[in-house]
Design a protein around this ligand. Structure first.
Ligand code: GLN
Length: 282
């Protein structure tokens, strides 16, 4: 597709056009990411040295990535890693790709005042994103994370090792394999998309595992699972904090209330949409 002997700036311009034509929103940034990944440099380098020529081997590799991206493969999977809360996480098709939205949940969790050495649990951890972000900021908290998928468990453990963050990760289908013990804070970004939501056939969501996206028949099933034993799982004064869809705040708050959580508060995300709900066991 692209001629040999292209300079960095020529490749970027051509790749940008192809990505844009394929309907990719951040075409310019994505072209930067692909080239940056190949050269292991950030975009400051391309702008400082636009005339550097790409070798045939490098062009071939870029061509493969560009084709994959144009056919919809998530950029994060092509790169094999994605940034969350300033941490570089390995990603895989086994789990959801960490979203910037979820950093809001992390931020709200860090606003809570918990006792020293608080026990924290991340349910449905995927890459380990939430648990690792929390541990990176609160090293004295004891952070546990579970996922029903073994591939996710190995991935989260790998991420923890690479980041040298001491969290415990194990396999559990929601509460099933979690020992009877109480937590000061329970966090989750569960699957919450309605099975008929048209977004499921768009963008990265087409490729990500449905089990990480779809929340049962009405999108809310995971919250019911989380909430059923919640009174036995939180210490008195302990918190449950979850992410949800922009149109689910009232339904999630009603479920929290049904489970006898109190001081229920909904928080907006960076786009002013109600996306995170907090409840407390009093
Ligand atoms: N926030 C994700 C999205 O809409 C979905 C995450 C989830 O189901 N937990 O792309």
């Amino acid at each position: 597709m692209l001629a040999k002997g292209l300079t960095l700036s020529e490749w970027l311009a051509a790749a940008y056009l192809q990505l844009q034509k394929a309907g990719i929103d951040n075409a310019r940034q994505e072209a930067d990411y692909l080239l940056g990944h190949l050269l292991q440099k950030n975009s400051a380098y391309f702008y400082a040295y636009p005339e550097v020529e790409l070798q045939a081997k490098q062009l071939e590799q870029l061509e493969v990535w560009l084709k994959e991206r144009i056919t919809g493969k998530p950029l994060a999977w092509i790169l094999g890693e994605w940034e969350f809360w300033g941490l570089t996480l390995q990603v895989s098709p086994a789990t959801l790709i960490p979203r910037a939205d979820t950093e809001r949940l992390v931020e709200l969790a860090l606003d809570l005042t918990l006792k020293p050495k608080a026990r924290v649990l991340d349910l449905g951890t995927g890459t380990g994103a939430i648990a690792l972000a929390i541990k990176s900021e609160r090293p004295d908290w004891q952070v546990d994370a579970v996922d029903f998928k073994l591939d996710a468990v190995s991935l989260a453990r790998k991420n923890a090792r690479q980041l040298q963050l001491d969290i415990r990760v194990w396999q559990s289908d929601w509460w099933q394999q979690i020992p009877a013990q109480t937590y000061d804070l329970i966090l989750s970004n569960p699957p919450y998309i309605h099975p008929k939501d048209p977004h499921l056939s768009q963008g990265d969501l087409r490729f990500e595992p449905k089990t990480a996206l779809v929340g049962g028949e009405d999108g809310l099933q995971a919250y019911r699972e989380l909430l059923t034993p919640i009174q036995n799982r939180l210490v008195t004064g302990g918190y449950l904090l979850v992410e949800h869809g922009y149109d689910q705040a009232a339904a999630v708050a009603a479920l929290f209330s049904l489970a006898n959580l109190r001081d229920i508060k909904t928080y907006t995300d960076y786009l002013e949409q109600p996306r995170v709900t907090l409840g407390c066991k009093t």
